[in-house]
Ligand binder design. Structure first.
Ligand SMILES: CC(C)(COP(=O)(O)OP(=O)(O)OC[C@H]1O[C@@H](n2cnc3c(N)ncnc32)[C@H](O)[C@@H]1OP(=O)(O)O)[C@@H](O)C(=O)NCCC(=O)NCCS
Length: 159
């Protein structure tokens, strides 16, 4: 599976409203590439040490006046700590870059792994809300990370 095909996969998209159509994903990929080329978003590929294969992505992008972060790891690479490490590395970059301001995440309340990532990466839980995504309404946790206020514990930086 690749990171584009993952968006059409029912297991990968279980917490995100189910699989999306190939046409919709193609449109998203084009929009994502255009935005990255214009330096309006980050799509960071996760490539494990010693591998030539992309294992997943961490994305930071502006949406409706705020900065959001999202992540995915392909099934064969899950449960190895890759998402946690990659999210922290991208938050380090955001801290150094300074452009994003507060960074928001809206994992579904039932997405245990994503909520664990938010918690261990230093996001603060500010509430629960309904979030619309891909034509579905989700009950989500609303997490916020403040790059300007965050200091990693000594020796724990992922950079
Ligand atoms: C969510 C996702 C990115 C996690 O990736 P991962 O590389 O397997 O995550 P990690 O191995 O870094 O684990 C992160 C944390 O979640 C926990 N975790 C991992 N899988 C879990 C599961 N199935 N249930 C509960 N906790 C889980 C880990 O123990 C770890 O917790 P810790 O930080 O307290 O140690 C991956 O499952 C995924 O891509 N899922 C499909 C797409 C998706 O849901 N994206 C996120 C939308 S908000």
């Amino acid at each position: 599976m690749c990171t584009v095909g993952a968006r059409c996969d029912p297991v990968m998209m279980r917490e995100l409203g189910g699989p999306q159509s190939r046409d919709r994903v193609a449109g998203q990929v084009k929009h994502g590439l255009d935005t990255v080329r214009a330096d309006g978003a980050w799509i960071r590929m996760i490539i494990p040490d010693g591998s030539a294969q992309v294992a997943g992505t961490v994305t930071v992008y502006p949406y409706e006046g705020i900065s959001e972060i999202g992540w995915m790891i392909l099934p064969e690479f899950q449960c190895r700590g890759l998402a946690s490490e990659a999210v922290r590395a991208v938050l380090d970059l955001a801290q150094a870059d300074g452009r994003w301001g507060l960074i928001h995440a809206f994992p579904s309340t039932t997405n245990a792994a994503s909520n664990a990532i938010c918690c261990s990466a230093g996001f603060s839980l500010v509430g629960q809300e309904e979030t619309a995504f891909a034509g579905h309404i989700f009950q989500t946790n609303h997490w916020v990370f403040d790059p300007s206020a965050h200091a990693w514990p000594a020796g724990s930086s992922a950079a």
